[in-house]
Write a protein that binds this ligand. Sequence first.
Ligand code: FE
Length: 230
Amino acid sequence: MDLNILHNISYGMYVVSSNKGDALNGQIANTLFQITSEPVTIAVSINKGNLTHEFIESSGRFSASVLAQSAPLSFIGNFGFKSGRDGDKFNGVKIKKLASGCPVALDHAIGYIEAEVINKIDCGTHTLFIGKMSESAMLNTDIPMTYNYYHQVKRGTTPKTAPTFIKDEGMVAGGTKMQKYRCEVCNYIYDPAAGDPDNGVEAGTAFENIPDTWVCPVCGAKKDQFVKEG
Ligand code: FE
């Protein structure tokens, strides 16, 4: 078997949100797709251990914000590598609360869909929730982010809890002789050849020369949580 083929299945990038009473939570999901058009139904695969899973089970609803290509890694990291059990992930994020009480993340979103759960499939570690669209809106006409763009261009990584996580996932080959460093929290790889221009680190900057105030652009881990790669 060649697991590399799994990297070539195409996905988008979404913030999937739900609520349990007044408590709100959201997470990054790439495994979302439309199933039927009449009525419009969509499916999303959510890890059973995630707080969002608990909230979808509770409210019977979820929303999906379609992320734009311009969404920064830090935004994706906040929803993808942190748990709502440790803090409010919507803190500082523009949201809209729908009539049902379900939240929608508006930052970096092209639009959103809300769905009422009509069926679910137990898939072991994950549940596949199938929902009937109950509300939707377009917010702008930006380009949607694909999962491939997130990995190849943004150099983003995948948490262990994602349906599409592959152990020892290889990062983009940089073709550089300078030492790469890996974030022990999220597996983001700092490649000196690319730097981190979004956060003021120019291409060609050795890891040692990055200011100590710099943090992992994906998960926010401090510089001392990085280890030499390879
Ligand atoms: Fe990280």
